[in-house]
Ligand binder design. Structure first.
Ligand SMILES: C[S@@+](CC[C@H](N)C(=O)[O-])C[C@H]1O[C@@H](n2cnc3c(N)ncnc32)[C@H](O)[C@@H]1O
Length: 299
C-alpha cells in the first residue's frame, strides 16, 4: 500500500516556490500549484525525507545540487513538435532568412548564428536547421556563379558557416535531442521531402542525419542567469516565457535583446508577446506569423 502523502504546509510551499522561481524563473500561480505540489511529493518520496522543510534544507545545501537539478527537471514541460507554428516558420524561412542572407551577403559576412533557447527534445532546432539549409541552398543557387559550387553539394554551401546553438535547462531533454531519434508519430508534421533529405530511417525510427547534427550544438543554459550566449542573428525562445511571471519575462526579453545582433530576429511562442514587456523590438507580422526584429533606432 502507498504511504500517505506528507503534509506540505503553506510556509513550506512558499519557500519551495520561491526557491524554484529564483533558480529557473518558473512561477507557479494558483492554476499550476497542484502540479508543483504533486512533483514535490514525488521528489520527497524519492529522497526518503520526512518533511518538506528538510527537503528545502537539502535543496539549499551544497550536497543538494543534484537533487535541485532533478526537481527542476521534474517541473519543466517539454511539449514540442517539428514545424511547430507553421505560419511563423514561413515568416522565418521566406522573409527573415531571405533578408538576413541578403544583408550578410552584401557585407561579405558568411557567419550565421542561430539559437534555440529552451529547445526541449530537439524538434525545434532541427526544424530550424532544415529550413536554414533549404534557404541557403536556394540563395546560393540564385547568387553564386555555378562554377563555384562544389559537388556533391555540401549541406552548408561555402563560404557560409552556420552554428545553431540549442540549449535547455533539462539534461534529459538535451540527451534525447542529441540522439536525434524520433518515432513515426513525432515525425507526423515532417513531409516526405524533408524526411528523405534530412533523416535516415532505421527500423521503426527516424534519425537525424549526421550532417544536420553537425550544424546543431546542444548545451545547457539556464535562461534565468545573466550570462547567455551573445552574437545571435536569430533567437527562437518559444513557449518558455509562458511559465515565467511578468517581471521575469521582462528580464528575459531584455537579456535576449542583448544576445541578438543588430537587426536580428527574435521568435516567441504563439501565446507569447513582447507587447508591454519591451519596446526595443519591431513587430513583423505576416500571414498569421509573428517575429520581432531588433529595432536599431532605439538600440
Ligand atoms: C514547452 S517546451 C518548448 C520547446 C520549444 N521551444 C517549442 O516551442 O516547441 C519549454 C522548454 O523550456 C525549458 N525551460 C524552462 N525553463 C527554462 C530555463 N530557465 N532555462 C532554460 N530552459 C528552460 C524546458 O526544459 C522545456 O524544454
Amino acid at each position: 500500500m502507498a504511504s500517505p502523502a506528507i503534509q506540505l504546509s503553506e510556509p513550506e510551499l512558499k519557500l519551495l516556490q520561491t526557491l524554484v522561481y529564483q533558480e529557473c524563473g518558473m512561477f507557479f500561480d494558483e492554476r499550476r500549484e497542484h502540479f508543483l505540489r504533486d512533483r514535490l511529493q514525488r521528489r520527497l518520496r524519492a529522497c526518503r525525507l520526512e518533511s518538506f522543510y528538510s527537503y528545502y534544507r537539502l535543496l539549499t545545501s551544497r550536497e543538494g545540487r543534484t537533487e535541485l537539478a532533478a526537481l527542476l527537471e521534474n517541473l519543466t514541460i517539454h511539449e514540442t513538435s517539428f514545424f511547430r507554428n507553421k505560419p511563423q516558420l514561413d515568416l522565418f524561412h521566406k522573409t527573415a532568412l531571405e533578408e538576413l542572407l541578403r544583408r550578410k551577403h552584401s557585407a561579405r559576412d558568411w557567419n550565421l548564428r542561430l539559437w534555440s533557447a529552451g529547445c526541449s527534445t530537439g524538434q525545434e532546432p532541427y526544424t530550424i536547421a532544415m529550413l536554414l539549409c533549404d534557404a541557403l541552398a536556394y540563395f546560393t543557387l540564385r547568387n553564386a556563379p555555378a562554377r563555384n559550387l562544389p559537388f556533391p553539394k555540401p549541406l552548408i554551401p561555402p563560404p557560409w558557416k552556420v552554428e545553431i546553438l540549442a540549449s535547455d535547462i533539462s539534461y534529459a531533454a538535451l540527451r534525447t535531442a542529441q540522439e536525434g531519434n524520433y518515432t513515426e508519430q513525432q515525425m507526423e508534421p515532417v513531409d516526405y521531402m524533408y524526411r528523405l533529405r534530412y533523416f535516415d530511417k532505421i527500423g521503426e525510427h527516424y534519425t537525424v542525419k549526421q550532417a544536420v547534427k553537425q550544424v546543431v550544438k546542444f548545451d545547457f543554459h539556464n535562461l534565468k542567469t545573466e550570462y547567455l550566449p551573445q552574437g545571435n542573428d536569430v533567437i527562437f525562445c518559444r513557449n518558455v516565457m509562458i511559465y515565467f511571471d511578468e517581471p521575469e519575462q521582462k528580464r528575459l526579453v531584455e537579456k535576449l535583446y542583448r544576445c541578438v545582433n543588430s537587426s536580428g530576429y527574435l521568435f516567441v511562442g504563439h501565446a507569447e508577446t513582447l507587447f508591454g514587456l519591451n519596446d526595443k523590438f519591431r513587430m513583423v507580422h505576416q500571414n498569421n506569423g509573428t517575429a520581432y526584429q531588433r529595432d536599431e533606432v532605439q538600440g
